[in-house]
Design a protein around this ligand. Structure first.
Ligand code: ADP
Ligand code: PAZ
Length: 326
């Protein structure tokens, strides 16, 4: 080894060079649904789809059905483990909801994937009650973002009331009844005052958002404060190339420009007055100055913490699936 590179003087042991993931092609993954036959009706697919395209039956069967089957195995194992602890302490049989995190960039398809997963999971008899909560409800209201001078950082870790988010998930996990989450509206681009989602002792909670895999930070003084990622029982990262996500973001923006933004009460009403070229330029500006920066700085670095990574190609089709084995 030359004197100019003193850092690695020995080869890493082979075990440390192994990827912690086992990666499956789409076809290999699809075969793992073996024995589970579930379909969603056309009406279900339309209801679950996002703004642009309808999620396909093939995508549900090949990708999300094996995911739901795997999660079902994990939930059953967690229920058995929890039962063993309650028996040991001679407690009553308090329920411990299983918490799933769904993470990924803005516009990568988190909400769509989370809705489909929820729809599949409710069909299993040992966990019929599945709630879904997006973390955008825990963003600070616009007035507070403005007061802090971080309106241009919406979606970044500091734009969330993280203590409230952690308390919410901790309360649900502790089996508390009727836990409330605030609600965000993409139409008013703000928290809806007085609106809430009530979560009442579900079997499973899916918590979907940009930063759910973010690790807790070590403080300079005192004890480490946990983060929501510490409370997840299973996590999924939805992945795609940033250039592809940019395209999806612009397409979604243009769709809103032609529909919701035309409403005088919409926060982005002023955008409906733009020409199509100007609207595209505005979407690209929002994507490149806020969401892409957030993706690179705060979201992508959390990908390797996920139990499962679904990697999508150009048309939202999942091409590979990586499952954490270590
Ligand atoms: N599996 C899919 N098949 C087809 N279109 C999808 C799929 N997932 C997401 N989309 C589209 O991509 C856009 C972003 O999806 P969405 O779920 O809203 O993303 P996020 O919650 O990550 O911001 C939506 O307009 C939606 O129509
Ligand atoms: C509110 C959001 C952070 C949430 O994103 P989502 O979880 O819906 O993907 C995002 O939609 C957003 O508003 N980003 C700021 C820049 C923009 O207007 O796109």
């Amino acid at each position: 080894m030359s004197m100019s590179s003193p850092v690695l003087e020995f080869e890493l042991p082979q075990a440390l060079q192994l990827s912690p993931y086992r990666t499956f092609s789409r076809d290999e993954w699809a075969k793992l649904r073996d024995g589970v036959h579930l379909t969603l009706s056309e009406a279900d697919l339309v209801r679950l789809s996002g703004l642009i395209e309808k999620i396909s039956q093939e995508e549900v069967t090949d990708i999300y059905l094996p995911v739901a089957k795997l999660v079902n195995y994990y939930v059953r194992a967690a229920q058995l483990l929890h039962g063993a602890t309650t028996r040991f302490f001679n407690h009553g049989d308090a329920k411990m909801p299983f918490i799933i995190g769904v993470a990924g960039s803005v516009a990568v398809g988190k909400s769509t994937s989370a809705r489909v997963l929820r729809e599949l999971l409710v069909r299993w008899p040992n966990h019929p009650r599945v709630d879904l909560v997006p973390t955008d409800g825990f963003l600070w209201p616009n007035a507070e973002l403005e007061r802090r001078g971080i309106m241009h950082k919406k979606g970044f870790p500091e734009s969330f009331d993280q203590a409230r988010l952690l308390q919410f998930v901790a309360d649900v996990k502790a089996g508390k009844a009727r836990v409330e989450a605030p609600v965000y509206s993409h139409f008013s681009y703000d928290i809806l005052p007085g609106e809430k989602i009530v979560v009442d002792r579900p079997d499973i909670l899916i918590i979907e958002g940009l930063n759910v895999l973010q690790p807790a930070k070590l403080p300079k003084h005192g004890d480490a404060v946990p983060f929501v990622s510490d409370l997840l029982d299973f996590s999924i990262y939805i992945d795609a190339e940033p250039a592809v996500i940019e395209k999806w973001y612009v397409t979604r923006f243009l769709r809103l420009y032609r529909t919701a933004f035309r409403d005088k009460d919409a926060y982005f009403y002023r955008y409906s007055k733009l020409t199509q070229e100007q609207a595209i330029a505005q979407a690209l500006k929002l994507w490149r100055t806020i969401n892409l920066v957030n993706l690179k700085k705060n979201i992508l670095p959390t990908r390797k913490r996920a139990n499962l990574i679904l990697s999508k190609g150009d048309s939202h089709r999942v091409e590979t699936v990586a499952l954490r084995k270590l």
